[in-house]
Design a protein around this ligand. Structure first.
Ligand code: NAD
Length: 368
């Protein structure tokens, strides 16, 4: 389960609760971290993976505290994990037992994450009456199907026009990771006049300076699971996207794909972080020094959690999209205004704003 590391990561913001859930009979080991609930009950996913540590769950929970505060939601941050293979034949039993283990953590609303999906969330809701990321038959808004996160990325792209010389009409776009986030980001950006010229996924980089048909490519990827064989464009080696010129780069695959080495190679003007932590801290510094505007993950990819929050409060898909538009637009502009005024890096500016919001929410709590 990992050593007791609470003291090494606790600070004035949290965590409020760290809970270990075990059930030896079925091999369940789980961890739930409720980091901060000053703004409201914490929303954060249940991850299912064989190698997660308490510290990692805490870091993810803290990330949700900042993301939910930055998005201006009435929710704090939390995260949990079930330490098991997501393909376990025992999955339903593990998820249901885990859900019962967190029943009394009423300040934590679980959602889907790596290794869990809307079926798992339906089991959780069945056990404890609360979860987000549900199927529409249970009142949910299928955020991956509707493209909530990709939509938020496109709204952030609209805002960068006020802070750079990039114009969406005619802007060339490169996307790494053509999955849920990447496909919808492409669709919403192309709808705004941008040209998708580069798509990188596990089997290569597809490049077409005349423009890749995003609708056809999405259908192809969903059927074939890879870029290979798609008609139109040239399939180049996997890391070729790093050296190809574009206006906007959307990393939408894995953490740390841009590091201190690759940050020097990128030839874009703007990065909109669709994935979580796609750039290392060192890489973000280099990008800043190179004059590349990098809108951080918890600002640019907040569409998903905003959608989950709207679902939790009983809203419709339309309300979710209106709320994503309003909040991502306002928050991206606010962060970039601070950067313009102070010269700070966007992540530092965003963190400063999120911390201020959480600290203010905490100031309203009973202190005696
Ligand atoms: P996904 O699994 O649907 O798509 C990921 C895509 O990236 C796949 O096509 C995969 O083949 C590709 N990929 C994986 N490793 C790669 C690599 N090394 N190089 C190039 N391509 C690679 O996942 P998703 O839901 O689109 O999420 C993508 C990222 O965005 C993750 O980091 C996730 O945590 C983050 N995120 C997702 C959401 C959401 O709403 N789904 C919200 C916020 C953040």
């Amino acid at each position: 389960m990992g050593e007791y590391v609470f003291d090494s990561f606790a600070d004035e913001f949290g965590p409020e609760k760290v809970c270990y859930i075990t059930e030896p009979g079925i091999g369940l080991k789980g961890i739930a971290v409720v980091d901060n609930t000053a703004a409201g009950p914490a929303i954060g996913g249940i991850r299912m993976a064989p190698d997660v540590t308490t510290e990692e769950v805490f870091r993810l929970a803290r990330g949700m505290t900042w993301k939910n505060a930055m998005a201006g939601l009435s929710h704090g941050g939390g995260k949990s994990c079930i330490i098991a293979d997501p393909k376990s034949p025992n999955k339903e039993a593990l998820v249901r037992h885990f859900a019962r283990g967190i029943a009394n953590l009423t300040g934590y609303i679980p959602g889907p994450d790596m290794g869990t999906d809307e079926t798992c969330m339906a089991w959780v809701r069945d056990e404890i009456g609360r979860s987000v990321g549900l199927s529409p038959v249970l009142g949910g808004i299928p955020l991956d199907e509707v493209g909530a996160t990709g939509y938020g990325v496109a709204i952030a792209a609209e805002v960068i026009q006020d802070f750079t010389d990039v114009r969406l009409e005619g802007a060339t776009v490169s996307i790494q990771g053509y999955g849920n986030v990447g496909q919808h980001a492409a669709r919403f950006l192309v709808e705004r006049g941008a040209i998708l010229t580069i798509v990188a996924d596990l089997d290569g980089t597809l490049y077409d300076p005349k423009g890749i048909d995003d609708v056809k490519l999405t259908a192809w990827m969903r059927e074939k699971g890879g870029l290979t064989g798609f008609e139109g464009g040239e399939l180049m080696p996997m890391d070729a996207f790093l050296d190809l010129e574009c206006d906007i780069f959307v990393p939408a695959a894995r953490p740390d794909v841009v590091d201190e080495t690759t940050a020097h190679r990128l030839k874009c003007k703007v990065i909109l972080e669709g994935a979580n932590i796609p750039c290392t801290a060192g890489a973000e510094k280099i990008l800043h020094e190179r004059g590349i505007l990098d809108v951080p993950d918890f600002v640019a990819n907040a569409g998903g959690v905003i959608c989950a929050s709207v679902e939790y409060h009983g809203g419709t898909k339309k309300v979710a999209f209106d709320t994503i538009e309003e909040k991502v637009r306002e928050n991206t502009a606010q962060v970039l205004e601070v950067c313009k005024r102070t010269g700070q890096m966007p992540r530092d500016a965003a963190l400063g704003l999120a911390k201020q919001r959480v600290a203010e929410a905490m100031s309203y709590r009973r202190s005696t």
